[in-house]
Design a protein around this ligand. Structure first.
Ligand code: NAP
Length: 281
């Protein structure tokens, strides 16, 4: 069988997903292709999706800015995608499109590998900065792991409130503005940066000041281009443990590949290879 896979989004020319999925295809011994399918804001989204459906692709990833926009075009949503309200993976199941979200699970797996202690103490105080599609996935995945103190700070606080409303019983979530987050940063054991601020080419930008950061806290940034964002550089200087965004990228892809092919790829040295590739960019 020849797997036909791909990615929709805009802009996607510099995406690393083809590199990752081609590695997976090679490692698994399966044959197939993973194509970039750029859908620009000028294109008719409906028409492009009709074309995609008739092409009979086996599955595809969805990235910015379509993770929410894709939902009305799907035949079914898996529960994680439903509760998250964002889809990053679509599986063609006998002509029906089923939407999944592997971002949050991918994120948690990378964090757990590096900092298992976070998940051993459900009282760990977490601050998520950002309230976009990625933040929604991360929030739900942390709740699924039993964490119960998860605050959200965002420029647009109503977006953070919308995420908090999808919390669970027993989960405490305060919504903060960005300035307030700067002031109370010392309360948190784990800070997760999920906004697009600091991403290439705007590498000199940093979403908030880390002046109040506690030495020894864990600071994570899901941006992977650059791998070491200004946010992480500052955190490291302040004595925090830093966690990079490439593991989320790799593991969300691994889960997506498994959904399409039923093949659970051994990661082996791919994590290090991806890190080296990103460091060289
Ligand atoms: P999104 O849905 O578009 O959300 C963007 C977020 O960034 C929102 O919280 C937005 O705040 C905030 N933001 C953007 N520009 C800002 C600015 N100038 N000042 C303050 N806040 C700003 O995007 P997303 O899908 O969540 O992705 C966000 C980032 O995560 C991207 O850099 C993406 O590459 C990265 N990501 C990484 C992975 C991975 O595998 N490592 C996976 C997914 C995403 P407002 O709500 O106020 O607009």
């Amino acid at each position: 069988m020849q797997f036909r896979l791909g990615l929709i989004g805009h802009p996607i020319q510099h995406s690393l997903s083809p590199w990752i999925h081609n590695q997976f295809l090679e490692k698994s011994g399966l044959t197939g292709t993973y194509s970039l399918i750029e859908i620009t804001p000028e294109d008719s989204f409906t028409r492009e999706l009709e074309k995609l459906k008739s092409s009979g692709l086996h599955g595809f990833n969805v990235t910015v800015p379509y993770k929410q926009k894709i939902i009305p075009y799907l035949d079914q949503l898996e529960w994680k995608a439903e509760v998250t309200g964002a889809v990053n993976t679509v599986v063609n199941q006998n002509g029906k499109w089923v939407g999944y979200n592997t971002d949050g699970t991918g994120y948690v797996r990378g964090l757990k590998e590096q900092h298992p202690s976070v998940f051993e103490d459900t009282a760990c105080k977490v601050l998520i900065i950002g309230a976009g599609g990625a933040a929604r996935g991360v929030y739900q995945a942390l709740i699924a792991e039993g964490l119960s103190n998860i605050d959200i700070a965002n420029r647009t606080t109503v977006s953070a409130e919308a995420i908090a409303q999808k919390g669970s019983d027993g989960v405490q979530t305060n919504v903060l503005g960005l300035q307030e987050a700067e002031e109370v940063l010392g309360h948190y054991n784990l800070i997760i940066q999920t906004t697009a601020v600091g991403m290439k080419p705007n590498t000199e930008e940093q979403i908030i000041s880390l002046e109040q950061l506690n030495e020894g806290s864990i600071v994570s940034d899901i941006i992977y281009q650059p791998l070491t964002t200004k946010f992480l550089q500052t955190a490291r200087r302040k004595g925090a443990h830093v966690h990079y965004g490439h593991t989320m990228l790799l593991y969300q892809a691994q889960y997506a590949f498994q959904l399409w092919t039923s093949y659970n790829i051994p990661i082996g040295d791919l994590k290090q290879q991806l890190k080296t590739l990103l460091e060289g960019r």
